[in-house]
Design a protein around this ligand. Sequence first.
Ligand SMILES: NC(=O)c1ccc[n+]([C@@H]2O[C@H](COP(=O)([O-])OP(=O)(O)OC[C@H]3O[C@@H](n4cnc5c(N)ncnc54)[C@H](O)[C@@H]3O)[C@@H](O)[C@H]2O)c1
Length: 325
Amino acid sequence: MKILVTGAAGFIGFSTSMALLKRGDEVIGLDNVNDYYDVRLKNARLSQLQEFENFKFEKADISNFEHLENVFQIQGPFPKVIHLAANAGVRYSQQFPLQVINSNVVGHANILQLCRRNDNFEHLVFASSSSVYSQNDKLPFSVDNRVDRPVSIYAATKAADELISHVYADNFDLPQSALRYFTVYGPWGRPDMSYYHFTNAMMNSTPIRLFNFGNMRRDFTYIDDIVSGTVAALDNPPAHNLQSTPIRAFNLGAGNTEALEKMVSLLEQNLGVKAERIYEAGPRGEMPETFADIELTRNILGYSPSVSLEAGIEKFVDWYQEYHR
Ligand SMILES: NC(=O)c1ccc[n+]([C@@H]2O[C@H](COP(=O)([O-])OP(=O)(O)OC[C@H]3O[C@@H](n4cnc5c(N)ncnc54)[C@H](O)[C@@H]3O)[C@@H](O)[C@H]2O)c1
């Protein structure tokens, strides 16, 4: 099966592509390899993928329709697409809203439009986010909760993507699955995310800043669990019939909520370094707590996350020490 994976140089795109390549799928990876974080990490991920004969890479910007159309013409048609390319930072989205709207919303619409042109299109799986729940205080977050009260531009772009996708599912029968990822961490992770950023700070003996005065909780989800959920979603498109619109949303979390302080303590134990903590209110736009209700994902996709925060942080630190040696 030929699959287009956008954001293939990114954390989740790389890890998902790797799993697809290992099971024998043909993967066309697409990414603009931007410098939002260290490009050397993106290139190191890509060179691992390029070791597979069934992998091809296209450098292109999804917000540029002509570039994207070119890739679809040269490498397509793609029966299945996993669309993960986006500007993924909440704080970055508050600083550079237009850039983020361009990649996350215009880029998403461009992907939809090109998938729609293929009469034999089978399934678009795309990255949404736990951020869409923003102001919900009903925990755990169920896919039935409201998602129309975003607190960051990033959250608004992901909710907008789900809405635009719904129109393409309804009007053009385009089968889709929206994956609401919850704080993904692990080897080959993102240097802008707290666990990685804190590790860098602790190794450089600089203080770490804990927002909301340390009272943050997250549903931390290990990358291997995210990859198995993403691949299970790809393999299970929604039913294509007159009774239902062929689009579903799934929470991909561990189904557990943990204090940010616990993650920091685990980093301290594994790195053998004590963190110097600064407690502060932090910027607006951050949610105090996330917690995924994963019952539906379990029932429909057979999703069963299995890596504890203890085991996952240990694996991350092992990888970090090897990569940054
Ligand atoms: N990591 C998480 O905890 C998390 C949580 C919720 C949702 N998500 C979503 O999952 C997806 C993947 O996230 P990730 O953690 O792997 O992030 P990432 O930043 O590592 O990967 C995203 C990739 O997309 C590429 N990209 C960005 N804008 C592009 C554009 N205009 N054209 C082409 N490529 C572009 C980047 O270069 C990057 O390699 C994103 O859509 C993100 O919003 C991630």
